[in-house]
Design a binder for this molecule. Structure first.
Ligand code: FES
Ligand SMILES: [Fe+2]
Length: 375
């Protein structure tokens, strides 16, 4: 993380639904990658918190030296959640028989029942520790494929930990999170769906149905994803109007990268705004959307955080409400359609995902592609 990083606001939009009860059909999950488990603001030294990632219970905590860790929340002895036990800032102790584990490596450091008559070496036993890194106020956890051996933190074979791009040392930031009662695929294609904007996000201050017009967007392939190339932003969107006061040409880049990441970068001269939106499988049939954003626009104007929060929260809430309604329908397992060109990015997502799962590396875009739709 670079520079002075302050989290000014955050909101959890989980009050609307009991997601697990309303969940529809499951999705195939991509293991072997990094996912944000939870926010780390409240995770002071000696504290732990529970998360569910790809259906796996995870215990995240912070040691006295400041490092954070993630353990599968199941004791390797007899399976009781380690979160039922104790953490003293150094070791996690299981509630059932008091085995103690160093939580970054998962190594067992003590089995209280052992006597000098026994030869069992506790340090040969490991709880399941996952690589865990802090970025942009999130604890990112590497979730290995089921059955994979012990993954050593910091291993060079691991993919890079995702991070929000920043273009200056001073910036402000904000985050939002919302639980969605649908599987990760619906969460992700909802994220890249241009045609819902005028309907789901219509508002007097944003845009209305009457403003629907034809758009031409240029895409290009990037590793495990695609980029909507820099373009003049649409004149009818409010954040761009806010940026526009600087009178500089504005460029926008939107990247989608597997397994679940949408990076948006807006730059106008020295000013910039970036966001990283992820849709993380909580279980095979539910997911959570997290948005982190940073900017140096209006750095000196204190109420910019409230403005950003207002736009972001309202936007994400509208998506959340819509997906809750969609989940009601999906429980009946209806057939679904993806149409050209508005759903083309969704088709690319499914193709990229299949390539990753099958290990073929095939990319659905062989070169630049231009798409047209009305939104
Ligand atoms: S179940 Fe954890 S120590 Fe026995
Ligand atoms: Fe949306």
């Amino acid at each position: 993380m670079m520079g002075r990083h302050k989290v000014f606001c955050g909101e959890r939009l989980s009050d609307l639904v009991q997601v697990a009860g309303a969940a529809g059909p499951p999705a195939e999950l991509i293991f072997g990658d990094w996912y944000p488990a939870l926010r780390t603001e409240g995770l002071v030294a000696g504290k732990t918190a529970k998360a569910l990632l790809l259906g796996i219970p995870v215990l995240v905590g912070r040691k006295n030296d400041g490092t954070i860790f993630a353990l599968r929340d199941l004791c390797p002895h007899r399976g009781i959640p380690l979160s039922a036990g104790w953490f003293d800032g150094e070791a996690v102790m299981c509630k059932y028989h008091g085995w103690r584990f160093e939580p970054c490596s998962g190594q067992c450091v003590e089995i209280p029942s052992l006597t000098s008559h026994e030869t069992l070496d506790p340090t040969k036993i490991y709880a399941n520790a996952f690589p865990c890194e802090e970025r942009d106020g999130h604890a990112w956890v590497y979730v290995p494929p089921p059955g994979a051996g012990r993954v050593v933190a910091g291993s060079t074979e691991l993919p890079l930990v995702p991070e929000l791009p920043k273009f200056s040392t001073k910036f402000r930031s904000a985050y939002l999170t919302a639980d969605l009662p649908c599987n990760v695929d619906h969460g992700i294609i909802g994220l890249m769906d241009p045609a819902h904007g005028p309907f789901v996000h219509q508002a007097w201050w944003w845009r209305s149905r009457a403003s629907i017009h034809e758009k031409t967007k240029h895409f290009e392939p990037i590793p495990e994803g695609f980029r909507m190339a820099s373009h003049a932003p649409s004149a009818n969107s409010a954040p761009y109007k806010l940026l526009g006061v600087y009178g500089e040409p504005i460029t926008t880049t939107i990247d989608f990268v597997l397994p679940n990441r949408r990076y948006e970068t807006i730059r106008a001269g020295e000013k910039w705004f970036t966001s990283l939106t992820t849709v993380t499988p909580v279980t095979p049939s539910t997911c959570r959307i997290d948005v982190v954003a940073a900017w140096n626009v209006f750095y000196r104007v204190p109420f910019v955080t409230s403005i950003a929060k207002f736009f972001g929260a309202r936007f994400v809430r509208q998506d959340q409400e819509t997906m809750i309604e969609q989940a009601e329908g999906l429980r009946f397992n209806p057939g679904l359609m993806l149409i050209d060109d508005a759903d083309k990015p969704a088709k690319w997502y499914f193709a990229l995902k299949q390539a990753r799962l099958k290990g073929t590396g095939e990319h659905p875009l062989s070169g630049p592609v231009t798409l047209h739709w009305r939104s």
